[in-house]
Design a binder for this molecule. Sequence first.
Ligand SMILES: [Cu+2]
Length: 382
Amino acid sequence: MKRTAIAAGVALAAMGLGPGAFAAPAPIPQQAAAPAGTSNTAPTTAAATPPAAPTSPLLAVDGAPGAVARPGIGQPSNGVFGLQPQVTRNGEFAHWMHNSILFPVITVISLFVLALLIWVVIRFRAQANPIPSKTSHNTTIEIIWTLLPVAILVLIALPSIGLLQAQFRPAPAGAVTLKAIGNQWYWSYQYPDHGGIEITANMLKEKNQVGAGERARTDRDGPRLLATDNRVVLPVGVPIRLITTANDVIHSWAVPAFWIKLDAVPGRLNETSFTIEKPGLYFGQCSELCGARHAYMPIAVEAVTPAQFAAWIRAKGGTMPTPGAASDKVIPQPGADGSAAKAEEGAATANATGPVENATTAAPATTQGASGNPSAAGNAGQ
Ligand SMILES: [Cu+2]
């Protein structure tokens, strides 16, 4: 009788899990949106966009269109339980899988096991059972408690493997390539398909931490420890090919709202792709312990319309690629000596786009790189 009760409980739990947890035909990950080709040749938009934010404090520094950070979007919020709202297909699918499969399964199994334990402790305590049962095994229930977990794991594995595969699907032709390079302790970025423009992003310090004439963080820039002086600007609705590497130690480029966390390893290029679905400002952080200021190399991505992206690229001295052309350029592999690869790239971009490029890229690399250095006394207390 007791055995039957346990068996029935196991079976009931299985039925409870079944339909609710696994049957939902969720949004399928992947299938990036159609590559945007229309905006790539829009000289008029280049002229139209700059007036949008001439007074913006952001424009003065990095020329980004100047999206304002919004609470709850692309950043953590106080007292909130769960994942950030996702703005990529993979992220939406993963969010659904977490909320509809993993969390219910974990909850039901935990409560079921807890209930069994309580029942066993009370029902079979020594006081109530002066003569213990000599039952050693029960074939039926042993088959159930072996097969049921296997079935649960297989049902979890199916969508999980699909998501894993989607996360590493190569970007389609026409993708925008963003190369993120980890440094101790800041990020630098290159756009190899857009004239090789390069930006460097350092964390913005608080008002009481900056020296005279240095820019401090404002609420427009984003939350403390997440705002950067230069933002990565990416187009919405266009597949992005993200390539990560590093100049010194292993870093990790992670933006929770994109469902992206990709290690940046010296001497190696890691690649993934994603498509941002909503314009906005999204924050992330280095997610690999990389040294003393690991916590102070944030990531800020401003997702804008393709037209604004084209205008930003031109404002930076870059060029838009030919519409429809595949962005499959061979990117130099940074070796143990990162500077050699960098020099090579510099020469390549100079040939391709002329000397104007170098003027825009050289300045931030030197000045901002130095400000991110731990030797700056003002940073020591952070
Ligand atoms: Cu790092």
